[in-house]
Design a protein around this ligand. Structure first.
Ligand code: HMG
Ligand code: MG
Length: 310
């Protein structure tokens, strides 16, 4: 198994979806370009969800069109695997029209979160995915799966590991090439991560598992390390640590891409991303959001010169 990791950049979706600033489609395209030039190879561009529910994701069609237009002139833009979130058949129809070649379906492990987030029970959500999956297969579109609230639900508290494992298996059986295990509200600690991923690995090949850690309580990086030590090699991260989930009260953004890159750089694990370029993208985005982004490394940068040790 390679020691290197792949980061799935979710700042344009998970990040922007929970920010009060509405970023224009043109700026979202520009942000995508900066991320790709920083080395991002897997990039979520938006979501085909109800614009009255998540107004920040309106215009995802336009963002995808803008990014795709740049592919003819820019080799780096052309080699990226782009993706978008799809909750149901209506969203899938729009995804197909956009020309996107990867979608992500998303389910929850707790009924209350499922209802608040996608307005249906867990069982209904899987029924809604059936036509989505059929259309994806027909149109040769790859399907990623997200499972939310795997370490705790903002409404119901603790979640059973057995339930997480069962639902993750269903997503794989439906045809997801990968399932991203979400700590939606950032409650997990490394012991919990180790325990859950050990159980998941017994039934799902580890190369099909990804980690999606929000940083609400400052444990995202240690959780990533715990999952890495168990062989997980794909992690979701958001530029600057932007965002969160609008239906998970108090949840902070995803772990910041810059912080994850700094961690792995220091461990000699390749991510393919350049920290200085990410920091430029962070500053550019912060100027548009009119606030500093939460990322720690994004704020202070790298240690460029080592002082003399006496
Ligand atoms: P619904 O109201 O149950 O849908 O919404 P419906 O089928 O009953 O339709 C009602 C109306 O909505 C109809 O319009 C539909 O056409 C329209 P009307 O006939 O009344 O004029 N509609 C749509 N419009 C646009 N796009 C669509 C769509 N579907 C129906 N796709 C739905 C269900 C899921 C769409 C809604 O609840 C929704 O948009 N929820 C937002 C979900 C969301 O984006 N959440 C945040 C992302 S998930 C997340 O952040 C977690 C993650 O990061 C992992 C982690 O951290 O754990 C992935
Ligand atoms: Mg999330």
């Amino acid at each position: 198994m390679s020691k290197n990791v792949t980061l799935v950049e979710v700042g344009l979706r998970d990040g922007l979806q929970n920010e009060s600033a509405q970023v224009s489609s043109a700026d979202r395209v520009e942000m995508a370009k900066m991320l790709v030039h920083a080395g991002v190879r897997r990039l979520e561009l938006g979501a085909f969800v109800r614009p009255d529910w998540v107004p920040q994701m309106a215009g995802s069609q336009e963002v995808i069109a803008g990014v795709f237009a740049s592919r003819t002139k820019d080799k780096k833009m052309a080699r990226v695997q782009y993706s978008a979130l799809v909750p149901n058949e209506r969203g899938m129809t729009e995804a197909i029209q956009s020309g996107i070649k990867e979608i992500a379906i998303f389910a929850a492990t707790s009924e209350s979160f499922s209802k608040k987030n996608i307005n249906c029970s867990i069982e209904e959500s899987f029924k809604r995915f059936e036509p989505v999956v059929a259309l994806a297969k027909k149109n040769k579109i790859k399907i990623r799966g997200y499972l939310s609230t795997c370490f705790g639900c903002p409404y119901e508290g603790k979640v059973s590991e057995a339930k997480v494992v069962k639902l993750a298996q269903i997503l794989i059986r439906m045809g997801c090439f990968e399932v991203s295990i979400g700590d939606t509200i950032g409650v997990a600690t490394p012991g919990q991560v180790e325990s859950l991923f050990k159980k998941l690995k017994k039934v799902i090949p580890v190369k099909k598992l990804a980690g999606h850690f929000h940083d609400t309580r400052g444990t995202a990086l240690v959780n990533i390390l715990a999952a890495y030590q168990l062989g997980v090699r794909v992690f979701d991260a958001s530029l600057g640590g932007l965002g969160g989930c609008p239906y998970a009260p108090g949840s902070a953004g995803n772990v910041a891409t810059e912080d994850v890159v700094y961690l792995f750089d220091g461990m000699g694990v390749k991510t393919g991303l350049k920290l200085d370029e990410l920091i430029k993208a962070n500053k550019w985005t912060a100027a548009r959001m009119l606030k500093a982004l939460p990322s720690k490394v994004g704020k202070v940068g790298e240690l460029k010169t080592l002082g003399k040790v006496n």
